[in-house]
Design a protein around this ligand. Structure first.
Ligand code: CA
Length: 483
């Protein structure tokens, strides 16, 4: 399977800015670490006053680039991950909703090539660890989407302690149950059930180290590792030794959440060590981000951003993000322009020297040159969020310093200067009507090429969608209140 490919990319030509190293490097390994429902304020590199401890992530961030204005394409799990893997807005591929619960029979269209497949075609050794949530049957399985290795679970979440979920699973299996709750289904390795014994976050960190060591056997073949921790997504379950570190936090949910994030950070320390020990640290691009905002009712904090997971306000889809690559970027940088999770597909492909698939149009852009020269990658261009609710949508548009947003709750379009007003407190819609109308027209134009959702998470969502005559765009994109 491993081929001897040693293409080099000329980083020299790209690294015009003195903040970044001028070297000619082999194609980098790419390690994408994704956390789940991890709040904007819940990493030390974004918030030095946080009661969460992330010393290892912070150390990488300090030696790398912190992204202050990083957005995912959707404010909750499944659609956000679909966008990350396909490089397309979930609305363009009908994955606007989470997959149907428990053992769903559908998934992301197999014709939509994933970034893993693109990198695999370019000679990368590829692995996915942790939460998948993009389809459970064979055509949608990670091993059929460009991942040589998969260790984890296929559903949208999982309990963390095998000593708790395994007896539940065994009991139901004895009773003849066939369709198990995703959260107690045993983990698997390349389609084979495994008997995991460790706390899930620790198991995923262990498997990441194993993958890195395996990949180091042939350094001429770079690797792509997608490490998708399900922490700190519910259920809030942490190890006693991690909880003890946060005994001063009296709110039990917050204490547990902090301990779960700390467990991820302990794993990052092991992974960093494995990269160093195997001689791959300098030429591994590590990108860290969350799949959506922290869930405020479950211990997450997104301050100073408004609201959290699920929201079209900033707390829902603006996420903590950093990257680290000693051979590619010099440390201590902050990138203060808009980036989207959609940009990772074309950017990774560029760094890997990979050919993009010809049968689809990516919604993000290669931002590498903009990052290394500290330039705005999409001046005057917009990114969008649309979350469907019953009989209405929550929509937002971010363009330069402006954010236009309409939620079902507000019933009207609002406009914020997000650079001056990060918490979305001062609605300036009345002062800038022409700009607001222009941004609404922009997102309306974007929406016309959306396709119908290909599934609904629960039947009622589908019934509501049809009964309410969704998508009702003409009302959504009207400036008049309440229509
Ligand atoms: Ca999530």
């Amino acid at each position: 399977m491993k081929t001897k490919l040693l293409k080099t990319i000329s980083v020299l030509s790209l690294l015009a800015n003195s903040a970044f190293a001028a070297t000619e490097a082999p194609r980098p390994n790419i390690l994408l670490i994704l956390t789940d429902d991890h709040g904007y304020a819940d990493v030390g590199f974004n918030n030095h006053k946080t009661d969460v401890k992330t010393p290892n992530l912070d150390a990488l961030a300090n030696e790398g680039v912190v992204f202050t204005d990083a957005y995912v394409a959707h404010p909750f799990c499944g659609p956000s991950r679909a966008a990350l893997m396909t490089g397309r807005y979930p609305h363009k591929i009908g994955s606007d909703f989470n997959l149907p619960v428990n053992g769903s029979s559908t998934g992301i269209d197999p014709n939509e090539e994933f970034i893993s497949k693109t990198l695999q075609r370019a000679g990368y050794f590829t692995g996915a660890l942790g939460k998948w949530h993009l389809g459970e049957l064979s055509p949608y399985h990670p091993n059929n989407r460009g991942f040589d290795e998969f260790y984890g679970f296929l559903g949208g979440g999982h309990k963390f302690f095998p000593s708790e979920y395994r007896p539940q699973y065994e009991r139901l299996k004895k009773q003849g149950v066939k369709n198990f709750n995703d959260y107690i289904t045993p983990l698997e390795h390349n389609g084979q059930e495994v008997r995991e014994t460790e706390y899930i976050t620790d198991a995923l960190s262990r498997e990441a180290v194993t993958f890195i060591n395996k990949a180091s056997e042939d350094k001429q073949q770079p690797f792509f590792l997608y490490l998708a921790y399900n922490a700190p997504h519910v259920p809030l379950e942490a190890k006693d030794e991690d909880l003890e570190k946060f005994s001063h936090i009296k709110d039990k949910k917050r204490q547990t959440y902090a301990a779960m994030v700390y467990a991820v950070d302990r794993g990052v320390e092991q992974i960093t060590k494995a990269l160093k020990d195997s001689g791959q640290y300098d030429n591994t691009l590590i990108v860290f981000m969350s799949d959506n905002g922290g869930k405020v009712s479950k211990g997450g904090v997104n301050k100073p951003l408004k609201e959290g997971k699920g929201s079209a306000h900033e707390g829902g889809h603006r996420v903590p993000m950093m990257m680290h690559w000693p051979a590619g970027v010099k440390g201590g940088a902050h990138y203060n322009y808009v980036v989207s999770a959609l940009d990772l597909y074309p950017t990774f492909s560029h760094l890997a020297g990979a050919q993009l698939p010809t049968n689809k149009s990516l919604d993000g852009k290669d931002i590498w040159q903009a990052i290394i020269s500290d330039k705005d990658a999409r001046k005057g261009e917009s990114i969008y969020v649309m979350r469907h609710r019953k009989a209405a949508h929550d929509v937002s548009v971010r363009r330069d310093e402006w954010k236009a947003v309409r939620t079902k709750a507000s019933g009207k379009w609002q406009l914020f200067n997000i650079k001056d007003d990060i918490s979305e407190k001062n609605d300036v819609a009345e002062k800038h009507k022409r700009l607001l109308q222009d941004m609404i027209t922009d997102v309306a134009d974007w929406s016309w090429s959306n396709i119908e959702p290909q599934w609904f998470h629960i039947h009622k969502e589908g019934d509501d969608w049809r009964q309410d005559d969704m998508p009702r765009y003409s009302e959504t994109f009207s400036l008049k209140k309440g229509e």
